[in-house]
Design a protein around this ligand. Structure first.
Ligand code: SAH
Length: 613
């Protein structure tokens, strides 16, 4: 890539020299008065800067203009043609603080150049193209780093607009690199597993990544889609001596067409090493800018292939087949998309490259989604949900976050099905999927993280997938926040559910915590099957605390039906309490004012809190 760096001030020239050193293939243009002899890569000028920049605009692929943006704009204004032709223009202030991508951000590469320049001199890159700013996919650039080609430019503008405006964009991929996007996909992108589903969807725009040519039956979809052809096909070729380039070309074109495959998706050719000097083949490769991978006959002979072995080939070149084993070896595929097809002097077979799916390791996230309101869910939890292929959870939790789950596979069910659900989540992760197990509050607090740990431990501790717990706002924090500050000192959290823990154990812990003057957080206080535990718990606490001890009761914190009640131990049973309730029982120092319940940390004993500053 040729780059012209133009500087006009003494400081700018210093910066320009630095950059000239970092950027290979760059030339520095500087005013003659700052030039110091003949330095390679430097050109001095005496003409007005506008002329110098104008000329460079037409001669170079990229410009780095170290000057005020105004001067840069005036210098190039009359030269502008179109985004398909104009060079990348980056403007840099002479102090090297900002590298502004001014022109041809995407296609011309100015965004990338601004980032590179900024990196070298410690500047801030300034990029204003919408897709970068809003973190959406740059439709015209997708997959470019892997060599993907657009089927046509036709709908790029339309789909880009949908992308930037946040309209629903459907995505379908059946070939090519899978990891073309790092992190979660933008929220307006929905994945589809078939073209039919995508076509039937209401998505006004679509991205299709395929090595196939799509026919008339998809026309309605193609009218609103941008198609990318990844480099995913390997053409295995066998041929007789002296075959012409045009014969190979004709065969390859015909066979691709017959099988509905795109020539833009050819990654390379593969053949036997005896063909290193086969002129027609070399010419074909050169003409289409394709590399050829050559294999020795021994390697080809050892590869098992679907077609009948050829004795003639064995006699002539020492292997029973060329095109099929060459395509398979070069692509790493286990089967062929097109088996051996003979057309006169040329035989070809086609295989599809596998992009390391086998190596993709499953992941099991245990995600705390908070008390219920999406506003109380962490950014990280959202990100993980977007990343996941499958979401597993108790149906109430899945329902709470349904706006984040479009296009996800869902495994949900009722209470009591946890063990089955977690085993299913584990087996999905073993298959290589990214699985999010969702839990209310935090997944590690009376949640599924422990159960998954137990299952994995029972099954021998070795997993073929990775596990990660994503913390969430636990109910006790949500409930405490709604009550004020009841947990500012030591507290004990106790679940009254005796489904998995014997009541004697629960009673013992209640007794010890009450005795220790801990604030008590009571989870799972009461259910239809367990109506009596709460009264028993209250009796235990009353042995150590007066009936006037403050109690906060919160039902459905941060979700529909939220109710906050402040009362005392004596009256707490008079209120609605069920499995959506968390209770906080104060300690001997907990007090209340207005709607607040406060357990003091102890500042009042040390400081005069009433005096003015
Ligand atoms: N993992 C959760 C707890 C699950 S146990 C957490 O981190 O908080 C289920 C109990 O949590 C319920 O019986 C209730 O006591 C409490 N709980 C869950 N969500 C709640 C909410 N929104 N408001 C009040 N209590 C809640």
């Amino acid at each position: 890539m040729s780059i012209a760096i133009v500087a006009i001030t003494r400081k700018g020239v210093k910066l320009g020299r630095q950059l000239n050193g970092f950027l290979p293939a760059s030339h520095l243009y500087l005013p003659a008065k700052f030039a110091s002899g003949q330095i390679p890569g430097e050109h001095s000028f005496q003409h007005p800067v506008k002329e110098v920049v104008g000329k460079a605009f037409l001669e170079y692929e990229s410009l780095v203009l170290i000057m005020a943006a105004g001067i840069a704009v005036r210098s190039i204004a009359t030269k502008l043609r179109s985004k398909h032709q104009d060079p990348a223009v980056v403007v840099l202030d002479e102090a090297g603080k900002f590298a502004v991508s001014l022109l041809s951000g995407h296609r011309g590469g100015a965004n990338a150049l601004a980032t590179t320049v900024a990196f070298h001199i410690g500047a801030q890159p300034v990029v204003t193209t919408a897709s970068e700013v809003s973190g959406t996919i740059a439709v015209d650039l997708l997959g470019r780093e892997f060599g993907w080609e657009l089927e046509s430019e036709a709908n790029v503008t339309k789909v880009s607009a949908a992308m930037v405006n946040g309209d629903n964009v459907g995505l379908y991929q059946d070939a090519g690199e899978r990891h073309w996007w790092t992190g979660p996909l933008p929220e307006n992108i929905g994945k589809f597993s078939s073209l039919e589903d995508l076509g039937d969807s209401a998505c006004p725009a679509a991205l299709i990544i395929t090595d196939r040519l799509l026919g008339q039956e998809h026309q309605a979809l193609l009218d609103r889609a941008v198609r990318y052809h990844p480099k995913s096909l390997v053409i295995g070729i066998g041929c007789n001596r002296g075959v012409t380039c045009s014969k190979i070309e004709e065969t390859v074109t015909q066979v691709l067409l017959e099988h509905g495959l795109s020539a833009k998706s050819i990654r390379n050719i593969a053949t036997i090493d005896l063909k290193r000097d086969e002129q027609g083949l070399l010419e074909f490769a050169r003409k289409h800018n394709l590399s050829i991978e050559f294999f020795e006959s021994k390697a080809l002979r050892q590869k098992e292939c679907p077609s009948e072995p050829s004795d003639a080939a064995l006699k002539a070149v020492g292997t029973t087949g060329v095109c099929e084993p060459a395509a398979l070896l070069s692509s790493g595929a286990t089967d062929l998309v097109v088996p051996k097809t003979k057309r006169g002097d040329v035989t070809i077979a086609i295989a599809r490259v596998h992009f390391g799916e086998a190596a993709s390791r499953g992941k099991l996230f245990l995600v705390g989604i908070g008390p219920g309101d999406p506003g109380q869910m962490t950014f990280k939890a959202r990100e993980v949900l977007l990343l996941s292929d499958v979401v597993v959870g108790y149906k109430t939790y899945v329902e709470q976050i349904k706006q984040f789950l479009s296009q996800k596979e869902i495994v949900s069910g009722g209470m009591g099905g946890e063990v089955e659900r977690m085993k299913r989540a584990i087996s999905l992760a073993e298959e290589g999927k990214t699985v999010a197990v969702v839990c209310g509050g935090d997944a590690g607090i009376y949640g599924m993280a422990g159960l998954v740990g137990e299952i994995v431990h029972e099954q021998g501790c070795s997993t073929s997938f990775d596990m990660e717990v994503i913390p969430g706002v636990l109910s006790l924090a949500a409930v405490a926040a709604l009550l004020g500050a009841p947990l500012t000192h030591d507290f004990a959290s106790i679940s009254l559910s005796d489904y998995l823990t014997p009541w004697t154990e629960i009673a013992r812990r209640l007794e010890l915590a009450a005795q220790g003057d801990f604030v008590l957080v009571i989870y799972n206080p009461k259910s239809k099957q367990r109506p009596h535990q709460l009264a028993a718990a209250m009796e235990i606490v009353l042995r150590y605390r007066p009936a006037s001890t403050l109690v906060g009761i919160v039902n459905n914190a941060y979700r529909q039906g939220q109710k906050i009640t402040l009362t005392d131990l004596e009256h707490m049973l008079n209120f609605d309490i069920d499995m959506s309730t968390t209770i906080i029982i104060g300690n001997s120092t907990t007090f209340t004012f207005g709607r607040w319940m406060v357990t003091p940390r102890g500042y009042g004993a040390k400081y005069n809190l009433g005096s003015e500053i």
